[in-house]
Design a protein around this ligand. Structure first.
Ligand code: B12
Length: 216
């Protein structure tokens, strides 16, 4: 049953149908399908397919944008439900998140923020294209337990390294745990830049963040 809905959602993303994506997300919830699974299997997967086709020159940027919009229309419904299910839990920690400078990709970051909110974190989302010094200033201002840095491009992941360096320079590194994420980010990169952890998807991001909290 869920496979059918996921396949229809896939079509909605591939054929840029925002309204269908939204309606199918509602239908999936009504059918009792897990919203997190619907997000990943029905919406994120086909969007990555479009990304792969864009990389090989088989899809245009306009198609990528239109697919992302359809994905976001469905994701909005699911994110609201995921957040609703997580309300009234006591705060388990403060999480500051943003996408690094030069990078406007927001979808993955938003999903991670939603899942962490649902898991009981107080999440402060700075948005996208955030300069290194803004991250540093906001760490000073909010004193989060964890800082999450999203970077979706090989050209912008270097900013994660820059932010860690800036935190070190100003003496704040020991005050905050740093978790990085985004498609190009690897374990080797985490070691190289001296971050504390990596989150490959929203589910593992929550688990890893909870583990980091236990260790803090
Ligand atoms: C959708 C998309 C767009 C949309 C973004 C819309 C939006 N509001 O976000 C639009 C069309 C605007 C876009 C623009 C561009 N894009 Co784009 N885009 C994508 C695409 C297809 C999907 C990204 C996505 O949303 N995935 C779905 C989400 C759910 O997955 P995710 O982002 O990976 O996030 C998950 C994990 O990574 C992790 N995670 C993510 N962040 C974080 C943070 C933390 C703290 C943690 C713990 C975990 C975590 O958890 C998330 C949830 O599961 C990718 C392809 C890909 N394979 O990633 C290309 C891709 C990232 N884009 C690419 C490019 C080149 C561009 C453009 C430069 C294109 C252009 N010529 O203009 C511009 C860049 C603009 C800029 N300055 O940022 C390239 C990057 C190549 C590279 N150098 O590495 C990719 C890889 C496509 C490709 N194969 O060529 N893009």
């Amino acid at each position: 049953m869920s496979e059918e809905i996921f396949s229809e959602l896939r079509d909605a993303v591939l054929f840029f149908d925002d309204e269908k994506a939204r309606a199918l997300a509602v239908k999936a919830l009504e059918m009792g399908i897990d919203p997190v699974m619907t997000l990943e299997e029905g919406l994120a997967k086909p969007l990555r397919e479009v990304g792969d086709r864009f990389e090989t020159g088989e899809a245009f940027i306009t198609e990528l944008i239109a697919s992302a919009q359809a994905m976001e229309a469905g994701a909005k419904v699911l994110n609201e439900e995921i957040t609703r299910r997580g309300v009234n839990r006591k705060s388990v920690g403060k999480f500051l998140i943003g996408t690094v400078e030069g990078d406007i990709h927001s979808i993955g970051k938003n999903i991670v923020a939603t899942m962490l909110t649902a898991a009981g974190f107080e999440v402060i989302d700075l948005g996208t294209d955030i300069p290194t010094w803004t991250f540093v200033e906001k760490v000073k201002e909010y004193e989060p337990d964890i800082l999450g840095l999203s970077a979706l491009m090989t050209t912008t992941m270097v900013k994660q390294k820059e932010i860690l360096g800036a935190l070190r320079d100003i003496g704040l590194r020991s005050k905050v745990k740093v978790i990085v994420g985004g498609a190009p980010v690897t374990e080797a990169w985490v070691k190289e830049i001296g971050a504390d952890a990596i989150g490959f998807d929203a589910g593992s991001a929550v688990q890893v963040t909870l583990r980091l909290m236990e260790g803090s």
